[in-house]
Design a protein around this ligand. Structure first.
Ligand SMILES: [Zn+2]
Length: 241
């Protein structure tokens, strides 16, 4: 257990002011991060973001507790905008916050609703996602576990003014669904000079499309007698058929 040396009773004005200060600091030192859409974010910026948050919101409690605290970007994190990771061992003093570059780099000017707040830019959305993950880090440091319980919300609300744990940032799946492509959709695409027609079985950065073909070695549960070949197709190449 670590004692609560920081405020869990911040006013909305205070929170907005400090978040704005952090945002301005990070954007001033990282041109790639300051652009819309965001083009890049440096390791130095990620490190500084953690340090500034720890100093101004946690009275340095996080970096006092954790001996290793990594903040990383991942292009493979597709289903969530951020993730708090800590080894299963009790009292492990290492952790990682993994942030999704896939989400960050796709965001336009906004606005976005996140954790009950409104973000006015992709950069602010990024910080609010990070704040959520920091609350997992502090809850884990104090109690040895973390989730989305009322205990978590006490921190998320008291420190950052979050009133919810959901966000409206578009996932790849939602973007695809908006264009009519989802799992089960019948789609067509051009491949080596031919137009192929198949069924979408997964949507990520690309879609997996199962195309009926006697040479295939895949079967679909819904269609066990037919053979299929599997294709990975960029979403932009697919047409709803
Ligand atoms: Zn969470």
């Amino acid at each position: 257990m670590i004692p609560l040396s920081f405020s869990t009773n911040n006013t909305p004005n205070e929170i907005t002011r400090i978040r704005g200060k952090i945002l301005a600091d990070l954007m001033a030192q990282d041109a790639g991060f300051a652009r819309v859409p965001v083009r890049s974010i440096s390791t130095k910026t990620l490190k500084r973001m953690l340090q500034l948050y720890d100093t101004w919101f946690f009275s340095s409690a996080l970096l006092k507790y954790y001996s290793t605290f990594d903040v990383t970007m991942s292009s493979r994190l597709l289903k969530s905008a951020g993730k708090f990771i800590t080894p299963g061992r009790k009292n492990a003093k290492t952790c990682e916050i993994r942030m999704s570059s896939d989400f960050l780099f796709r965001l336009g000017t906004g606005t976005y609703k996140l954790n009950g707040l409104i973000a006015h830019s992709p950069q602010e959305a990024f910080l609010i996602v990070f704040e959520h993950e920091l609350c997992h880090a502090i809850e884990n440091a104090i109690y040895g576990s973390t989730g989305h319980s009322s205990r978590f919300m006490f921190f998320a609300h008291g420190i950052f003014g979050h009133t919810d744990t959901v966000h409206s940032l578009p996932t790849r799946q939602q973007e695809a669904a908006a264009s009519g492509i989802k799992v089960g959709s019948r789609v067509s695409f051009d491949f080596e000079g031919k137009r192929l027609v198949g069924y979408v079985s997964y949507v990520g950065k690309t879609a997996r499309v199962m195309v009926p073909d006697p040479r295939g070695n895949y079967h679909l549960e819904s269609n066990p007698h037919q053979k299929f070949l599997k294709y990975q197709v960029p979403l932009s190449m697919l047409h709803v058929y």
